[in-house]
Ligand binder design. Structure first.
Ligand code: BGP
Length: 474
């Protein structure tokens, strides 16, 4: 009972968390550049505290990332050594269109990614490209207000047309928006939105969501027209939500929470808004800003596959006070059956099987696990070794659960990319010390270090996993 022979194995990164070189070769400034690390970060990512430029007294980790801009050949060589057949990465929008509303792209940005994709192909690694992973040009935020503006759809269409044209034949797998549902929780990160005083947040975030959905459908249309071999997927932050008890009220709450995660994916897969969402909009006094041919575009251009991140899950209750975990994007209540990571993210491998089954039952399209992993503190031994057995245990258990979903439950799963095959900047906290990698990067939370890469124990373990197509997990 094994994974299919053509199953894709690899790892996933995002431009803003690893590239650095934020101002090189014509790159423009993006929202992700001006998000500081530390406790203040969440006020910026959520749009409560507008920060549209660097300010004194803060550290901005995305400026240098792990300097993958200059290390990508070395890093891809290490991925190849582990046997990757897929590498998920994202494009920095501002390398291609520095301000976002230009009519001509920045050739240096295009050449950077071309070189990167060619490097992947050299090792038979299939690139899986996230078109936007939390990034939005600052100019588009200042000038148009981010995704609250319909104009964003045109700029995004221009971006994707350039990408599909320039990288035709080099890239076949695309994701339109990383964790599209995160825009509800972190509007600045997910949609380039800062709130103005007195603004109705419900109206603004749902307007932005509609614009991203329409833009995503356009990307599917344009991508298929330019190259019918393109496979274009959506991407959500997943994790089936549990009710704290079997009280019907808790069950109903868990269902509502699950729907709030699925709602945008429902539109991307089914091509229309689900009725529960329309009813909620009616109650909330929100009118979907349909324009021209939006309905047709959404209906005709549904995604080829559904991809998702899975780290953890949440438990909700109508009775207990929520126990907001300040380190997570989402809040919930305590699940007494599960242990948590150092950052309070509960560890639940079986939850991955549940999630895969729920998604496949609901959507009946191929799935792709594009993020999964354990953020943990690593210790470098005196001889330089990093013995990360905790990471191996986490991944082993999740891969087993995923294997069960495929071989016992019949889920069609195209592949698996672990989050952060190389240590990189954390999205939620901006730390380097929250490490996910098989490859260690010598860099600390204040940006000091040599950037030297070294192999952890998990590096050799994952290599074995891939070589055996997931059979040898010991
Ligand atoms: C996902 C994001 C990633 C990534 C991951 C881990 O939500 O898509 O960008 O960072 O979470 O989160 P963190 O880095 O906060 O540990």
């Amino acid at each position: 009972m094994s994974f299919p022979a053509n199953f894709l194995w690899g790892g996933a990164t995002a431009a803003n968390q690893c590239e650095g070189a934020y101002d090189l070769d014509g790159r423009g400034l993006a929202n992700v550049d001006v998000i500081p690390n530390g406790p203040f970060r969440r006020f910026v990512t959520s749009g409560e505290r507008p920060m549209l430029d660097f300010e004194d007294g803060y550290f901005y980790p995305a400026r240098q990332g792990i300097d993958m801009y200059h290390h990508f050949k070395e890093d891809i060589r290490l991925f190849a050594e582990m046997g990757f057949s897929v590498y998920r990465l994202s494009i920095a929008w501002t390398r291609i269109y520095p301000k976002g509303d230009e009519t001509e792209p920045n050739r240096k940005g295009i050449e950077f990614y071309r070189e990167l994709f060619e490097e992947c192909r050299k090792y038979n690694i299939e690139p899986l490209v996230t078109i936007t992973h939390f990034d939005c040009p600052i100019h588009l935020i200042k000038e148009y207000g981010g995704w609250r503006s319909r104009r964003m759809i045109d700029f995004y269409k221009r971006l994707v047309t350039t990408l599909f044209t320039e990288f035709k034949g080099l890239v076949h797998y695309w994701l339109t928006f990383n964790e599209i549902n995160v825009l509800y929780h972190l509007p600045f990160m997910g949609a380039g939105i800062c709130f103005y005083e007195g603004e109705d947040r419900y109206q603004v975030t749902n307007t932005a969501a509609h614009h991203e959905l329409v833009a995503s459908a356009w990307a599917v249309k344009i991508g298929h027209e330019i190259d019918p071999d393109n496979k274009i997927g959506c991407m959500m932050a997943a994790g089936t939500v549990y009710p704290a008890t079997c009280r019907p009220e808790d069950m109903l709450k868990a269902q509502a929470e699950n729907r709030s995660n699925y709602r945008l994916i429902d539109v991307q897969v089914f091509g229309q808004y689900p009725s529960y969402m329309c009813k909620e909009y009616e109650r909330g006094g929100f009118t979907i800003p349909f324009a021209e041919d939006d309905r047709e575009i959404l209906r005709q251009n549904t995604v080829d596959f559904v991809s998702f991140s899975y780290y953890s899950n949440r438990t909700v209750s109508t009775e207990d006070k929520p126990d907001p975990n300040k380190n997570s994007f989402f809040s919930g209540t305590k699940n007494p059956y599960l242990k948590a990571s150092d950052w309070g993210w509960v560890v639940d491998p079986l939850g991955l099987r549940l999630t895969l089954n729920d998604l496949y039952d609901r959507y009946r399209v191929p799935l792709f696990v594009v993020e999964n992993g354990l953020g943990a503190y690593d210790k470098v031994e005196e001889n330089g070794e990093i013995i990360d057995d905790y990471r191996i245990d986490y991944l082993r258990d999740h891969i087993k659960a995923m294997r069960d979903a495929v071989t016992l439950d019949g889920v069609e799963l195209w592949g698996y990319t672990t989050w952060g095959p190389i240590d990189l900047v954390s999205a939620s906290t901006g730390e380097m010390s929250k490490r996910y990698g098989f490859i260690y990067v010598d860099l600390d939370d204040s940006g000091c270090g040599t950037m030297k890469r070294s192999r952890k124990k998990s590096f050799y373990w994952y290599k074995k996993v891939i070589a055996s197509n997931g059979d040898d997990l010991e």
